[in-house]
Ligand binder design. Sequence first.
Ligand code: A3P
Length: 325
Amino acid sequence: MESSETRPSEAVSSKTHTENLIATLPTREGWSTPLLLYNNCWIRPHCLNDAMAVQDKLKPSPDDIILAAHPKCGTTWLKALLFTVLNRSRYTFADHPLLTVGPHQLVPFVALLPGDLDRAEMLPSPRLLSTHLPLPLLPPAVSTLGCRIVCVCREPKDAFLSRWHFEKKLHQGISLGMDEAFAMFSEGCTPYDPFWDRYLEYWKESLARPREVMFLRYEEIMSDTPKVIRKLASFLGVPFTREEESGGVVEQVADLCGFTSLSSVDPNRADRVEVEHAGVKLVVNPSSLFRKGEVGDWVNHMSKDMAARMGQLVAEKFKGSGLTF
Ligand code: A3P
């Protein structure tokens, strides 16, 4: 999920430190707002303050669970799945919060949605948090304390396509053509990218600390959702009991959080929700988070040449890592 600014010139409300820093950062136009390169991560100006504040303000606790989802890779889906798995003894499926509230309201989005960093601080433990931030931008205590991290990535062509449609819907006046957007994506110049660095940072951490870091792909969740739900529950130390298994709870979680169910719930169908943070008006668009929810849709939109170029880039960037697409 991302939000768009309505007043770019006021994107960063706090003057002094941030403004001075911004002046020194490489910047790129092209996407709907300028992007700034902050510690090898392209970021929108209005997210920079919180991204910088995370190091000081987010006080990790060993029982924190952090969803580190790359944009357009299934953040919304994973938020719903994790929330439902973790809170399954508190709510019935007939009267579940996800039927009345969007996943992004249930799980704070650290360094993205206004006020969510503060909201995270007020949550009781164990906290479920989410972020698009790279691992190196999270406080080191997240790793040293052994917080559980669930990361999710997606086949890059589908991730690009999803991004492209999302940008067009979120920012109606965007002038960036698909070819130009693809070129920027391939350069690693898309919000929170380069995607290969993001994927690899979390991938390597999951290999080094498999008990604490779980690496998922959108495609595997899609191919066998109940299997991934069981995997998540075990990883988080709350495996399904025999009674839950025989009562079909796993399948109920999958259905509740599935594309058809989530995309038809009223709060997720809204086209325009305005929020204000530190004098900056932001527009969020819940319905733009649900497009098709399919694997391989790139084939309907991208040329063979684009696909071949992305294949080559992916082979180069992930060579020797064990991560393949
Ligand atoms: P598409 O644009 O390919 O349809 P994010 O939540 O990280 O922004 O990712 C958005 C992508 O996830 C979109 O992909 C969206 O349709 C898909 N998505 C959202 N909810 C989903 C769900 N419950 N199941 C499967 N896919 C989902």
